[in-house]
Design a protein around this ligand. Sequence first.
Ligand code: PMP
Length: 383
Amino acid sequence: MIFFDNASTTKPDEVALSIFEKTNIDAFYNASSLYKVGVQNKKKLEQIKHNTLSLLNANLHDNFIFTSGATEANNIIIKGIVRNKNSKLIFSSAEHPSVYNCAKELESQGYNVVFLPLTKAGIVDENIFSKEVDINTAFISIIHVSNETGAVNDIKKLVKHAKSINPNVIFHSDGVQAFGKIEVNIRNLNVDAYTISAHKIYGLKGIGGFYIKNNINLKPLIHGGGQQENFRSGTENFAAICSFEHTVTEAISNQAIRYKKALDVCNHFKSKIQQALPNTILISGEDCSPYIITLAFPPVKSETLVYLLDEKGFLIGNGSACSSKNKGNRVLNNMGITANIIDSSIRISISKNTTKKEVDALVIALKECVESYMSKIKITQKV
Ligand code: PMP
């Protein structure tokens, strides 16, 4: 089985798994306990928080809150920050459902929510962004790297522009598909909040978190024992957080070298698939993250390709795995892509371990699947 759906999740590395198991055996204590081993866990948590902030190149006086993953982090940020129904809240149309559906919920409660359209390349249209941001804008959330296409928003530029219009605006970015894959530097981006998740970068599911500037007034979403400075109550998942530390450290120390390799594999795939199937429609453009390649072979339906490739031992995605139950594709639709291309769009997402040999095998399998589908259509049409 060859896994080409690494944007939906990645295989956890052995060390991430063993740290989780060992910590749960040797140091299962509650980090809020007063006895020595509890205090030790608390100290370690603080140290991991600092390490994470420095890996993000954030100010160490700011905060990093551990959560069960990016979905929870996005909910805490969006629902915790937003309070004034008169102010404007801006979101891109490319947001992951964990952001987009929070925005929809706020809209249904009567908040003034604006969804920005996308360019053909799948990023926020900077002209429209400039026109929309005003002194009344309280909150902006723009995804860093799209989970659908790999399109990369210029967050630094957007933040700079938004803050020049309203210095009090709170700018959040969902960095789940960016952190550990492209360079992420919080000081440089100057965002107020930033979300990450371990299971997209060879860590465990159920652990992630968010960076937040220390001057932001965040109302807790989850009430309880007041852990993590009351930002997120609940006994800290100490073993998962220790494993998370390994995951983020590895991701950052290898980011540049993994990026180079991913780019090489991505370009190899793009050129091979276009040679094998000249009618291939590449949706992910040149400027996209090399880890995500969205493409289409109309009229072959994406579900059909997913099933046929599964039979041959290749696992691929059709759009966002998190939203696969939803019909259509909001993001591709917003990019102006026609319905027949959307219906046949698939997502190939590569990992640090993907090889050119695996990609070559995928291209052969894709060619066989597309050609066999097309020949069946021809027979049906003749009949
Ligand atoms: N944001 C983005 C961009 C994602 O790709 C995902 C995972 N599909 C999430 C948020 C949700 O992450 P988690 O699974 O950690 O809740």
